[in-house]
Design a protein around this ligand. Sequence first.
Ligand code: ATP
Ligand code: MG
Length: 197
Amino acid sequence: MLVSFRVGLFGGTFDPPHVGHLVTAVNVRYALHLDLVVLMVANEPWQKAGARAITPAEHRFSMVEAAVADVPGLVAGRTEIDHGGPSFTADTLAALALQHPGATLFTIVGDDAAAGFETWDRYDEVARRSQLVVVDRPGIPVELPDGFAWTRVEVPRLEVSSTDLRDRARDGRPLDYLVTEPVLDVIARLGLYREDL
Ligand code: ATP
Ligand code: MG
């Protein structure tokens, strides 16, 4: 029997990537028998633009690359960066389908992102091109948009967010164990998230 290649698309701003992202990617890969999970770095997260300064995409990519370097089956994706402009998951899935002909695609999101699924550009196309996978984040359970076949995967709930990490870094509080050491090294090397920048 020919079994198709299974690829998970886990998109994010990853500003910075943290253990919540990694634990999610590794456990969804395991639970759904995915060959690959692509942590896709958003070029311009258009839903976040304007609200705050976003770290340059190449720097975020460097952090994600460092985060997944030694993790089997996880890769950093730069399709959206190379495409340029705002990042739309529907387009990224089309690109992944070309890169992996015949593959079964999965779109992986935390429940906060799932709650806003219908605000995504061409969300119907996303649902057509991929199986939708959702993981719970700590906090108040959110209602998932109706009419989609969500697959829920249980992963350890880690109360970590990039927003909190940026605040910590700015205050000089430690990021240790919330991001992996290779990511800490990139943050230090590039001088990211310092109050004086
Ligand atoms: P920010 O606070 O800047 O929004 P974030 O921590 O939410 O950052 P994102 O880059 O926005 O990280 O999220 C990318 C994806 O990872 C989203 O689908 C989000 O729901 C999911 N995610 C983020 N943190 C966690 C976590 N701790 N557990 C599970 N999923 C998470
Ligand atoms: Mg977020």
